[in-house]
Every structure is written in C-alpha cells, then in structure tokens.
Design a binder for this molecule. Structure first.
Ligand code: 5RP
Length: 222
C-alpha cells in the first residue's frame, strides 16, 4: 500500500454513523472516498459535501450519498489533502485548484482532518507555489497588486488557456521566497480586491494523519 492510500484510508476511520462529511479533493483523499464508499455499502450512514466537481463525480461513483450544502445545519468533519504542512499544521493547498470550496468547507466543519504523505511535511511553508484564486475581471491589475506583496507569479494554464476553477475564476501560482508569517500573508492577499481566496490554511487543522520516520501511520493534533 502506498503512503497516500495508508493515510487516506486511516482518515475514514474517524467518520461515524450519521455524520455530515466534507469531502476533499486530490489523489490522497481519493483513498478516503473509496474507503467511505466501501463502508457505506456495509451500512455506514453518512452524507457528503464535495469540495469540487471532480470529488462530486468520485463520490457518486463510490456510492457516497451527497447532501445539499444549502440545507444542512453543520458539517461534522471535513477530510482533505494538502500540498505542504508545517509543524504548526498550517497548510498550503490548492494544487488541484479547489482551494475556495475546500476552505469554505474546512471552515464550516467542526473537525478538519488533513491527510498528507511524508513528502508534504515541511519546516516552513513556501516551497510549493502558493495558489491564489482571482476573478477574471481585471485580473492583470489584480496580478500587479499580488506581485507587490513580494512574489513572482504565473497564471495557471490548461491546454494553453487560463485554467478555470469550479467557480469560474483564474489561479495565480505565486512564488514567495519565504512565508515567515502565513497568517499575515493570508490576510494581505485576501484584502486585495479581485482576490477571491488563497491557498494558505492557517490555524484550521484539527488533526493531521501522516506517517512517522518508520513509515507507520500516525496522527498529530493541535
Ligand atoms: C486541491 C488540494 C489538494 O488537497 C492538494 O493539492 C493535495 O493533493 P494530493 O493529495 O493529490 O497531493 O488542495 O485543491
């Protein structure tokens, strides 16, 4: 079993009968979804809220019942992957382009569980390019203001055209040489008109499921 499968499947153990579950996006949480699908077939009763169109499709394929986000009262637990995890369990996310819905759902969940193989663990955030989602209107102007915060950046492309998120927006992948204060940068980015959200998830993680140096699955909580 590879690392992603080990941590992805482990996280499914924290989902209990009757829960409303935020379903993350990516190749690690894929294994959580697959395991949840198997547990549902065995009788587990849950409702899922997907963080992306891609995850919605997978949840349907695996037989996970979906709830209408507009109608539910609370999300009991959200499980999602990450691109970087620092020692304080702050994250960089959005490699798959689903950061906005992921952050809305993580924020709404009573418990936010992150699944990450050992390659995602870093001493300091900033090696992975930070995704920033912006509205297409005036995006060149928005780009200028983001650049003024001290980064170089590229618009994310797909087949030679701007990548469009599930929300109809663009993404800038930003190269900040260093992110010593993620909370401050998160706030500064989101105060720029035109920026919808950025991939810094600061102080949101309740539990990390990862592997220790002997490659045993372990959890770490804040
Ligand atoms: C998508 C994300 C993913 O959770 C993140 O990119 C990790 O993905 P993977 O598990 O495939 O490495 O933030 O927007």
């Amino acid at each position: 079993m590879n690392e992603k499968q080990l941590v992805g499947e482990k996280a499914a153990e924290f989902v209990k009968d009757g829960m409303v579950v935020g379903l993350g996006t990516g190749s690690t949480v894929y294994y959580t979804l697959k395991k949840l699908g198997r547990l549902v077939k065995e009788g587990l009763s849950i409702q899922g809220i997907p963080t992306s169109v891609q995850t919605e499709k997978l949840a349907k394929e695996f037989g996970i019942p979906l709830a209408n986000f507009g109608e539910i009262e609370q999300i009991d637990v959200a499980i999602d992957g990450a691109d970087e995890v620092d020692p304080n369990l702050n994250l960089t996310k959005g490699g798959g382009g689903a950061l906005l819905r992921e952050k809305i759902i993580a924020n709404a969940a009573k418990q936010f569980i992150v699944v990450a193989d050992s390659s995602k663990l870093v001493e300091k955030l900033g090696t992975f390019l930070l995704p920033v989602e912006v509205v297409p209107f005036g995006f060149s102007m928005t780009e200028r203001y983001i650049r003024e915060l001290g980064c170089s950046l590229e618009i994310r492309l797909k087949e030679g055209k701007p990548f469009v998120t599930d929300n109809g927006n663009y993404i800038f992948d930003c190269n900040f040489p260093d992110i010593p204060y993620p909370e401050t940068l998160e706030r500064k980015l989101n105060s720029i008109p035109g920026v919808v959200e950025n991939g810094l998830f600061v102080g949101m993680t309740d539990m990390l499921v990862t592997l220790d140096e002997n490659k045993n699955v372990m959890t770490k909580s804040c």
